[in-house]
Design a binder for this molecule. Sequence first.
Ligand SMILES: [Zn+2]
Length: 125
Amino acid sequence: MELYNLKTTKTPGVFIITKFDKHLEVESSYILTYDDCHCPRGQAHSNCRHRTMIHIFKQHKHVDDGWFLDYHTRQWVPPVDLDTNAPEAHEREPAPLPAAAAPVDPPPAVASGAPKPRVLGLRGL
Ligand SMILES: [Zn+2]
């Protein structure tokens, strides 16, 4: 999984794209424009995935809002607060009760397991 987010800089048309691994650890970060990218491939080629992604981020309006793009699947991952880094906060939320819980009626084990009233039947004959 390769996640990226895109941020603008003070210079119009200049962006910073950051690559994260699946643990949202920063792997690399490049300064780029629509025409130029500082990544290793971008220095040798006229195009690279980063410049492609500027258009994707713009198209989906996720520039500067912290959303991550999974480059390969083109799926969007919501932003996380990297600074607090407190996963317990999520775990502390009470788990929702299962709405479709089984009814509390006791199982009809007694009725089905009870012996048939054979004696009464015989007495009836
Ligand atoms: Zn690049």
